[in-house]
Design a protein around this ligand. Structure first.
Ligand SMILES: [Zn+2]
Length: 405
């Protein structure tokens, strides 16, 4: 089956029967002009910065720190804002980023979610959402609305205090939507749960987690790439699991060299930069995501002709650099530690205190942990201490990080 996302792109752009990278590109450039005009006329940040006649790749970037003044981006009257999502920032200023959405922005997100979810669930099935909450127009609520539109009954689990609660709640559901480390923990704690499809989202997805879950539950594992700033959903893979089909009717994705800011050569790895095409409340032009991936230009095995987005390979700036210049990241640790089929969960805490760095790993495993998995992959002078103990990811939720003591 061709990815429902590509079918949705064809319908939304009106290019059904004539959709290919070339025709899409021309359609996107027309939409881009409208979006630039809207941004330049209505948002304080973009006034004087944008010109409709300039090539996309010559327009200035928008950086995450720019959004710390969110009202500068608002391009509709405040009374027309239907949803404000607050993002915690990792910066030291304590500024909160606020993201605005209009009714129509939310509706387009629901339409994309409906197409994306059709890849992995069908009418009559039941889906459990293990992210977000029931608040009106929250990510979870938008997803639930989208699912109900395609005949899938969905439940949002809301606050979850521990893995057992999530496992008990998941009994009888066909599809689980959640964060990679949490779903992996559930699968290795309750191998008999056996949902038929999984969508991993909201954090970096290590390849070994995809393999681990699909082996244990003998199910299909799909991955979604999204970003709240541009409207939550951006791309989801298909049953070929070879690339993420893009939300091309609403977004333009570029891959750039983060040092030079120039587009990379076709198919090369770099930073994902996203431009919105239809956002009313908060148009974003060339938004720097910090996420690392590449575009796949070959047609997908599902029959899709459009370019797809490769695996998300981590984030620029997420690595911890030691005094000797050597660095490592949570993504690297995840790929090594979760590859051990016994490991249910783990947490990493780095102690420096002026002396040599000590990495404390609290690992919960069904057997013993094989330290040789880490050998040769971490900076040689990094001391590692392993504690075998409980490490339930639901007790400290959020994107995975190396905690610093
Ligand atoms: Zn495909």
């Amino acid at each position: 089956m061709i990815s429902p996302v590509e079918t949705w792109v064809a319908q939304t752009t009106g290019l059904t029967g004539n959709l290919n990278p070339e025709t899409l590109h021309h359609w996107q450039l027309d939409k881009l002009k409208e979006q630039i005009r809207h941004a330049a006329e209505n948002s304080r940040f973009y006034r004087d910065r944008l010109s409709v006649s300039t090539n996309l790749t010559d327009l200035p970037f928008t950086f995450p720190e720019d959004i710390c003044d969110p009202l500068a981006f608002l391009a509709i009257p405040q009374s027309s804002v239907a949803r404000i999502t607050t993002l915690a920032t990792s910066g030291t200023t304590g500024e909160k980023k606020r993201i605005f959405f209009s009714e129509s922005d939310l509706k387009r997100t629901i339409d994309f979610f409906a197409a994306g979810m059709s890849t992995l669930v069908h009418e009559g099935q039941k889906a459990l959402i293990l992210i977000s909450d029931e608040t009106e127009n929250s990510l979870g609520s938008l997803l639930k609305t989208a699912l109900s539109g395609i005949g899938v009954s969905a439940q949002i689990l809301g606050p979850i205090r521990n893995a057992q609660e999530a496992i008990d709640a998941a009994i009888g559901f066909d599809c689980l939507i959640g964060m990679p480390a949490e779903i992996l923990y559930m699968s290795r704690t309750e191998p008999d749960l056996r949902p038929s499809s999984i969508l991993l989202t909201a954090d970096y997805v290590p390849q070994c987690i995809i393999t681990g879950i699909s082996k244990t539950w003998k199910c299909q594992v799909f991955t979604h790439y999204g970003l709240t700033e541009v409207g939550f959903g951006c791309a989801v893979d298909c049953n070929q699991h070879a690339g993420h089909h893009l939300r091309d009717a609403d977004l333009i994705m570029e891959i750039i060299d983060p040092e030079t800011g120039k587009p990379v050569d076709s198919g090369q790895r770099g930073e994902i930069v996203i431009t919105t095409l239809s956002n009313e409340a908060m148009p974003l032009i060339r938004y720097r995501t910090g996420d690392i991936s590449r575009l796949i230009t070959e047609p997908c095995g599902c029959g899709g002709l459009l370019h797809t987005l490769g695996r998300i390979e981590g984030r620029y700036g997420s690595a911890i650099t030691q005094a000797n210049g050597k660095s490592f990241s949570i993504h690297q640790l995840d790929e090594m530690i979760f590859a051990d089929p016994g490991v249910r969960g783990y947490q990493a805490m780095l102690e420096s205190h002026g002396g040599p760095d000590l990495l404390n790993l609290t690992i919960e495993t069904n057997s013993t942990f094989d330290l040789s998995l880490l050998a040769g992959h971490l900076p040689p002078d990094l001391k590692i201490r392993i504690n075998l103990d409980k490490s339930d990811p639901f007790r400290q939720r959020g994107k995975r990080i190396i905690h610093i003591d």
